[in-house]
Design a protein around this ligand. Structure first.
Ligand SMILES: Cc1ncc(COP(=O)(O)O)c(C=O)c1O
Length: 307
């Protein structure tokens, strides 16, 4: 287990910006999406030290929380299968229990052996309360707890490692932001001369306070100008961009996180936001398992799909 988790393959790709009508900058994409076929991107980084800790503490079961299309649920289920843990997913929304087969993320998690336990949206709000966790322990027995989205101190430690290869030479480090945990790791590992730019996948930039919990560095900014109206929301413009980006670079993007970040980077490049000749390092945090679920929704609405 140790060697698999530590000898990880890494790769970065230079984007030919002239294909997008842009010159005077360099853009490198860190392909963390290629770290593992199912435990991909920032999920691998966040789970690495947690899996090692669960193993050391002799736990047999991982329990975590997530929504219908959660990348984190899919990654924990796959990691459990790979590293020999039972997994339990507490899923937001009781109605989903009847729709597992229609939902690629939940079907995948189930096929990996994850026990899915559906609770109401109201009950889900207590997911971080000790009382609720104790109830779950009474119901399911002992487990290693991973919070929703996987952010905790060990996850941040794993995310700091994203910058180990090539990250030090960048002027800007770009990353999609959900809870802010991945960004916190990047800010911690960055030089203060670098700027870490977070593209929020949802409305608001409140994740700054989450970043500040883990580091006193202030060389970061979160913007929500490219959240496309909110979490999981997309439009035809974004779908077209994702398909165009894939065609020109052969790099797939997901619609919830990395697609929005890359759309934002290209737009900011065109608008002259970045200092001239700057080197931009964008982290591909994975999330590609979510494309299938999004495409089902798009097909139902007769909209173009993500290729
Ligand atoms: C693919 C992907 N990228 C980025 C993020 C954002 O990570 P964080 O919640 O650490 O900000 C997530 C979060 O779930 C994700 O699944």
């Amino acid at each position: 287990m140790q060697s698999f988790l530590t000898n990880i393959p890494v790769s970065s790709e230079i984007i030919n910006l002239s294909k997008f009508g842009i010159s005077g900058y360099s853009l490198v994409v860190k392909r963390d999406d290629l770290l593992h076929p199912f435990v991909s991107g920032n999920k691998f980084r966040k789970l690495k030290y947690n899996i090692l800790a669960a193993h050391e503490q002799k736990h047999h079961t991982l329990l975590t929380f997530g929504g219908a299309y959660s990348n984190h649920i899919a990654a924990v289920a796959a990691a459990g299968k790979e590293f020999g843990f039972n997994t339990i997913g507490i899923i937001r929304g009781e109605e989903l229990e009847m729709k597992i087969l229609e939902n690629p993320t939940l079907s995948f998690a189930k096929a990996c052996g994850m026990k899915l336990h559906f609770i109401s949206r109201e009950a889900y709000k207590a997911k971080d309360d000790r009382e609720f966790t104790n109830k779950l322990r009474n119901q399911f027995g002992e487990f290693y707890l991973l919070p929703e989205g996987g952010t905790n101190a060990l996850a941040i430690k794993g995310c700091e490692e994203i910058l180990e290869e090539n990250g030090a030479i960048a002027d800007y480090i770009c990353v999609p932001v959900g809870t802010g945990g991945t960004m916190a790791g990047l800010v911690k590992a960055s030089n203060e001369s670098q700027k870490v730019l977070g593209f929020s996948a949802l409305k608001g930039t409140f994740q700054s306070s989450e970043v500040a919990k883990y580091t006193s560095k202030t060389n970061f900014e979160i913007i929500d100008a490219y959240c496309f109206g909110g979490y999981g929301k997309i439009d035809i413009d974004l779908i077209r961009f994702i398909n165009e980006f894939k065609e020109k670079t052969n790099i797939p993007l997901d619609p919830v996180y990395t697609g929005k970040m890359m759309y934002g980077i290209m737009d900011l490049l065109k608008k002259g936001y970045f200092k001239e000749n700057s080197r931009i390092f964008a982290i591909h945090t994975g999330g590609l398992q979510g494309v299938a679920g999004m495409n089902l929704k798009l097909k139902n609405k007769n909209l173009p799909i993500i290729e």
